[in-house]
Design a protein around this ligand. Structure first.
Ligand code: DAH
Length: 350
């Protein structure tokens, strides 16, 4: 290797060792700077005889170009490396899963209430709402359950201020007071029609809501839900109750072969009265009778308290437990789970 080739090699090696642009500039100065080795060689040309000058000059020039090319390559390589390092540092891993926002959802009992409202709505029932703090009159007396009636003892509840000493206000023990409240409003709205002897539009309503009793175990909660139903007109019979309720249960549980049983019972506000049991033909509960509602033909005294003539108006009522329906629908065996507010439980119904 001649001296110039060795020089170029040495420049390449030094440039390669430069780890930063500043190092590289220092290395460049060693060869191309004012006192650099190439520059010195150029200067030495002047001392040569004319006939050698030309060939020597061309050789040095070639070496100079080779050093400059090596410098340019190394500059580019350092710039590339810096860019790569910067890209790496700023890299976003788009494959990481995002932070999720919690999803809200309706409570399972609310889902049931919506379902009940939509099914009865499709059968022409209105949806009514009423107070949870109720008077003794609407909760008991107007429903043919006078003060000393033994049926009251099954409805132990929470008494609150208001009302009279003898008949304080209370947290309603059932949604049945809505029968009276709604019917009275309905009758008031249609009073002139009724007085003129015209046919009053039928009362067809459901009233879902919260109810309260002093009761607490796996199937009873001090606060629970009920949904009242009432259909009163001039020609409404038990047959209609059976039809409507059977249709409702089959739709609610999406089971066409579900069977209903009307078991004779007693409620002060209906006569005759029946408890409604359902039986699934398939699934884990197949064959068992499960009570889902109380029902009956509205008692004449109750019809009277609605402001209607029991000789002319007749109908049926029912009261069911949406909590119970929710347990059956989802296979939940402890009612208290619905009201503990544990998100791990509730999130399953979203
Ligand atoms: N209110 C009754 C209860 O809570 C249930 C009930 C029975 C409602 C018969 C009715 C009915 O409307 O006709 O036990």
């Amino acid at each position: 290797m001649n001296e110039l080739d060795a020089l170029v090699e040495s420049a390449r090696a030094q440039f390669a060792q430069a780890a930063t642009p500043a190092d590289l500039e220092n290395a460049k100065a060693l060869f191309l700077g004012k006192a650099g080795r190439i520059t010195e060689l150029m200067k030495s040309l002047g001392a040569l005889p004319v006939d050698e000058k030309k060939a020597r000059g061309a050789a040095i020039n070639q070496a100079k170009q080779a050093v400059e090319a090596a410098l340019t390559d190394r500059r580019q390589a350092l710039a590339d490396a810096e860019l790569q390092a910067q890209l790496r540092a700023e890299a976003l891993d788009v494959t990481l899963s995002g932070r999720q926002r919690g999803h809200g959802g309706l409570h399972p009992v609310s889902l049931t209430l919506e379902r009940i409202e939509s099914i009865f709505g499709s059968m022409g029932f209105e949806v009514a709402d009423g107070p949870e703090i109720e008077s003794d009159w609407f909760n008991f007396t107007a429903l043919n359950t006078p003060e000393d009636h033994p049926a009251r003892s099954m409805h132990d509840t929470f008494y609150v201020e208001g009302g009279s000493d003898k008949a304080p206000n209370l947290l309603r023990t059932h949604t049945s007071p809505m029968q009276i409240r709604h019917a009275v409003q309905h009758v008031k709205r249609h009073r002139s029609m009724i007085d003129a002897g015209l046919q009053m539009p039928e009362i067809r309503v459901i009233a879902p809501g919260r109810t309260y009793r002093v009761d607490s175990d796996a199937t009873h909660s001090p606060m629970f839900h009920q949904c009242e139903g009432l259909w009163v007109g001039e020609n409404v019979s038990f047959k209609d109750l059976k039809y409507v309720f059977t249709d409702f249960c089959r739709t609610f549980f999406e089971s066409d072969d579900l069977v209903l049983r009307f078991r004779p019972s007693f409620f002060p506000f209906t006569e005759p009265s029946a408890e409604i049991d359902i039986q699934f033909q398939q699934g884990p509960l197949a064959g068992r009778w499960l009570e889902v509602a109380g029902s009956g033909q509205v008692h004449p005294n109750v019809v009277r308290n609605m402001g209607l003539d029991p000789e002319r108006y007749i109908g049926f009522a029912f009261g069911m437990g949406p909590d119970r329906l929710t347990m059956l629908r989802y296979g939940v065996n402890d009612l208290r789970l619905f009201f503990d507010g544990d998100v791990r439980f509730l999130a399953q119904f979203r």
